[in-house]
Design a protein around this ligand. Structure first.
Ligand SMILES: [Zn+2]
Ligand SMILES: [Zn+2]
Length: 263
């Protein structure tokens, strides 16, 4: 767990959609070094690139079980298993995600690692399957959830820092859904997807994604402190940022390696 005097900080380990683009891994966030949200393709490796230790992750929150959000899970589990001797006092990784998909994904990650044949990699993570509306508490955060609009069940997470009172929300993939503004209301930082680019997207369109104007409208309606855009096409970064800023000026388009301090 992080130093209790430390303000919450968020490190961006990826901001791309579906597959990594250039130097951008897919959506992956690290909160205070020990809480991760989605894994991207290369979460474990990227942590070391940005000065973090993969073994320090105690809680992994998966927003939804599309591949670009959990494809790095086997690697993270493998690193934890191989280096377990360095942290014998720590509990196994806790993986939190939407019911019912998260249990299946963790089981299959362990199958991919052939955990039953190789006892050295059989570090069974603790799985917490949530439904929208459920909450979960770690030593540092109270986490509440709301449903997203996407082809698979997804959770928008809201984190409240129990020590500083700072707050953060992460939508995962979702079409524009105005009730999300109530769930994220007043957070210091909202991280919202913008897969559709510099537009307001049809919320009923196939795929269930937002444009950056949708994200900005949620930020505005929810009266959040700052908006961070993620899960967007890298080539359109300037356009999506400009379009969002017209609606909600306190917006940044996140890129891998960014570090944001919360109050
Ligand atoms: Zn998705
Ligand atoms: Zn995605």
């Amino acid at each position: 767990m992080s130093d209790s005097t430390e303000h919450t900080h968020v490190t961006v380990l990826g901001s791309a959609t579906v597959v990594p683009e250039g130097d951008q891994d897919t959506a992956c966030l690290l909160v205070n070094d020990d809480h991760m949200i989605d894994t991207g393709w290369n979460a474990a490796i990227n942590m070391t690139r940005y000065g973090a230790d993969p073994l320090a992750v105690d809680y992994l929150f998966i927003t939804h079980c599309h591949h670009d959000h959990y494809i790095g899970l086997p690697q993270l589990l493998f690193v934890h298993a191989m280096r377990r001797s360095r942290r014998p006092d720590r509990p196994p990784l806790t993986v939190i995600g939407p019911k019912p998909d998260i249990g299946m994904v963790v089981d299959r990650a362990l199958s991919f690692l052939r955990a039953e044949q190789f006892p050295s990699v059989n570090t069974k993570p603790h799985v917490v399957a949530l439904q929208a509306g459920d909450s979960f508490t770690t030593p540092r955060f109270e986490v509440t959830t709301a449903p997203t609009v996407h082809p698979v069940v997804g959770l928008c997470y809201r984190f409240r820092d129990l020590q500083t009172g700072a707050s953060l929300a992460v939508t995962g993939d979702t079409a524009y859904r105005l009730p999300l503004a109530d769930h994220v209301r007043g957070v210091d930082l909202l991280i919202h997807e913008a897969s559709r680019g510099a537009c307001a997207s049809d919320p009923n369109a196939k795929g269930g994604h937002s444009g950056s104007i949708d994200a900005a409208r949620i930020a505005l309606a929810g009266e959040v402190g700052r908006l961070g855009l993620i899960h967007y096409p890298s080539a359109a970064r300037q356009e999506i940022l400009a379009a969002a800023c017209e609606v909600f000026p306190e917006t940044v388009a996140l890129v891998e390696g960014d570090r944001i301090e919360l109050p």
